[in-house]
Design a protein around this ligand. Structure first.
Ligand SMILES: Cc1ncc(COP(=O)(O)O)c(C=O)c1O
Length: 326
């Protein structure tokens, strides 16, 4: 409950939310219609067989390797617990990185180690540890190479690739997934539906942890609407919309970077629609909030004075510009 996140908070609904990593493009009507039609009058299939078969076909893996989860956050907690029950005592997390990896490990009494880059990780990693790789990484928008990921996976007891932002990768290509890695897919961000709690894991073939993960899953872990969202992801119309979204976000991010550069903001490179930026003077987040604008304060990532800023449409960029150039 105490983890710090961008996006919605306890205040009024935001007008220009630069603090969320969700796709800001309007979703296809067919996706909204499908979600509205989700059958909430009965339990989903407790085995999620049709869903696992569907996702298995999409990823060219057997349905047994697909594990539905009620969101990436839930999957992170469950995998950390499974790792502990399998005797792992140390968890490596990217820094800066998504805070839930460390929060889950800490809550279980696991030793948390953070890595700034793969060279450091490979120097210090022991063969009995779990490693989280966020690919591409939140909040940096950085990406590792296939060779780097393979080197980590060859050494760690358990490597998990969090692919939450893969569908929103704006530059480069996705690195290869070594055959002994777990993959976490959290498509609610790319699909512009973070309020729908739905994700899935792909386990490596014949992995000892898979059975444990199934045992640890709550019954009906995925809601009826969560199941619908995951069923929609690979539909051609949705994939085309995602490709169009990426093209639009590429254009908007160039404009937004130019606007911030003109305001003397320092900005880091990124292959995602979000990136780390540092305004010339500390931002008054309360004053921005009063204008319905929010940026993700990066202090909790260990970067005081920095923010994570997501790409929004030109009218939102204009609203931000007005406030920061006042
Ligand atoms: C890298 C990463 N992984 C996982 C999650 C969890 O997403 P969800 O629980 O909505 O699937 C987030 C949310 O911000 C994230 O940034």
């Amino acid at each position: 409950m105490s983890s710090i996140h961008g996006g919605s908070d306890s205040g009024p609904t935001l007008l220009h939310d630069f603090s969320t990593n969700a796709n800001p493009l309007p979703v296809p009507a067919s996706l909204s219609t499908a979600l509205q039609a989700a059958d909430r009058s009965r339990y989903p299939d407790p085995r999620y067989l049709a869903l696992r078969e569907h996702l298995g076909r999409a990823h060219d893996v057997s349905p047994e390797r697909i594990l539905p989860a009620s969101g990436g956050a839930e999957a992170i907690r469950r995998l950390s617990l499974a790792a502990l029950l399998h005797g792992m005592r140390e968890v490596w997390v990217p820094s800066p990185g998504f805070g839930d990896y460390a929060a889950a490990a800490q809550a279980l009494g696991l030793r948390v180690r953070s890595y700034a880059d793969v060279t450091q990780l490979l120097q210090e990693l022991s063969g009995s540890a779990m490693v989280w790789i966020c690919e591409p990484c939140n909040p940096t928008g950085e990406s590792l190479t296939s060779a780097q990921i393979a080197a980590v996976a060859a050494r760690a007891a358990l490597t998990v690739l969090d692919r939450a932002y893969e569908p929103l990768r704006l530059a480069g290509t996705a690195p290869e997934l070594p055959s002994n890695c777990w993959a976490l897919h959290c498509p609610n961000k790319a699909l512009g539906h973070t309020g729908v709690r739905a994700a899935y894991l792909i386990a490596p073939e014949a992995d000892a942890l898979r059975h444990r993960m199934q045992e640890l899953a709550a019954s009906w872990v995925l809601s009826a609407e969560g199941q619908v969202l995951l069923m929609q992801l690979h539909r051609p119309e949705i994939q085309t919309w995602l490709a169009d979204s990426r093209a639009q976000l590429r254009r908007w991010s160039v404009q937004q970077r130019e606007m911030l550069m003109r305001s003397s903001w320092q900005q880091r490179e990124s292959c995602t629609p979000f990136w780390l930026a540092r305004p010339p003077a500390p931002l008054n987040h309360e004053a921005l909030r009063a204008h319905g604008i929010k940026l993700r304060d990066a202090s909790s990532f260990g970067l005081p004075g920095w923010v994570r800023v997501a790409t929004l449409p030109p009218q939102s960029q204009l609203a931000l510009k007005k406030v920061i150039t006042q």
